[in-house]
Design a protein around this ligand. Structure first.
Ligand code: MRU
Length: 334
């Protein structure tokens, strides 16, 4: 498969030469609209507000955020470091964000060529992510035999990366190899990345998944409709633990209970060897109204307490394969 972005899917992150144009994922698939960011602060706000989301995509966006900051006439290395700190705080759990910021800042040696150096690094990060997606897809399908029925969670496709996908890249590769069976997509409460984004993105590629509410996963597995759960990751810690969209841990437990395989697909930029254990990472919480309201209408009692973590931690022992562009780690099946 050529190393291009996925068919028909709009680019989530695009450098226009003047602005960073972000596809506004909050309104997809109902409305295809764009947000033009003119500063690093604009980009940080767009990351916090989920205009752009998905670990690799927010890393790429943050790198271009620094490119916007570096264009200012009075830009300095110290000023960029401050902008970088603000970007890192925009969504702290997904490590690709901090990784991309640090990588770009590492390139900032001399103020005379700041703008050009930062832009070149951001473009390199974007191009490398696309290449990594394709490499991961090839490594992943080598682990899977015959026709494969997949359950996936959240959105890990073109919209979440530089343009092909991690878990969705594997689904695309299985299709290209004519080995793709059924694809089940969990709706992924509360933002509905599965229902709104994954179902939409796959359909554009001629893949027609079956959408289920998250709580149907156990029944789908018990009915024998799934061979493997494939997800992305927001951070992989030194102990092989995986932080990913809330619900991933539950899917891993269910997969193990039903004798199914659990595959996590993520670029090396998601691997955080400085964090010893996934269970020790503080997971960001999002506002309670994401859970208590629907389409602007409150459906829960006013004073109900809400626990709304964005991600959860899946231990190494529940994962069969961690696939990166550099190869496959097999924690559970040595
Ligand atoms: O909250 P989101 O939509 O940014 O969460 C995205 C995920 O959890 C993805 O699985 C992860 O970023 C990997 S995507 C390639």
């Amino acid at each position: 498969m050529p190393e291009s972005i996925a068919k028909g899917c709009p680019e989530p992150v695009r450098w226009t030469g003047r602005t960073l144009r972000l596809l506004d994922q909050r309104y997809l698939p109902a409305r295809e609209s764009y947000v033009d960011c003119e500063s690093a602060d604009d980009v940080a706000g767009a990351i916090t507000d989920m205009v752009v989301r998905g670990a690799p995509a927010i890393g790429v966006a943050a790198a271009f955020g620094l490119a916007l900051a570096a264009r200012a006439d009075d830009a300095t290395v110290a000023g960029l470091a401050l902008a970088g700190e603000a970007l890192k705080q925009a969504r702290p759990t997904a490590v690709n964000l901090a990784w991309a910021v640090d990588r770009v800042l590492g390139r900032c040696q001399t103020e005379s060529s700041l703008a050009a150096d930062v832009l070149a690094e951001a473009q390199a990060i974007q191009a490398e992510d696309l290449r990594a997606n394709h490499a991961m897809a090839r490594h992943a399908t080598e682990c899977l035999q015959g026709r494969v029925n997949v359950y996936t969670h959240c959105n890990t496709g073109s919209l979440a990366t530089a343009g092909f996908g991690t878990a969705l890249g594997v689904i695309r590769q299985l299709k290209a190899e004519d080995r793709l069976g059924e694809v089940y997509v969990g709706e992924t409460r509360p933002w509905l990345q599965g229902a709104r984004l994954t179902a939409w993105e796959l359909a554009m590629d001629g893949i027609h998944p079956t959408l289920v509410v998250d709580s149907a996963a156990a029944s789908v597995m018990r009915a024998g409709r799934v061979d493997v759960v494939i997800t992305g990751a927001d951070r992989i810690t030194a102990d092989g633990g995986v932080l990913n969209k809330i619900g991933t841990y539950g899917l891993a437990v269910l997969a193990r209970h039903h004798g199914l395989r659990m595959m996590v697909v993520a670029p090396m930029s998601t691997v955080d060897m400085d964090s010893t254990s996934a269970s020790q990472i503080e997971i960001e919480q999002r506002p309670p109204d994401e859970v208590t309201t629907w389409a602007g209408q409150r459906h829960a009692p006013q004073d109900v307490a809400v626990f709304n973590p964005v991600f959860d931690a899946t231990p190494y022992a529940l994962i069969d394969w961690i696939v990166t562009e550099q190869g496959v780690f097999r924690p559970a099946i040595a």
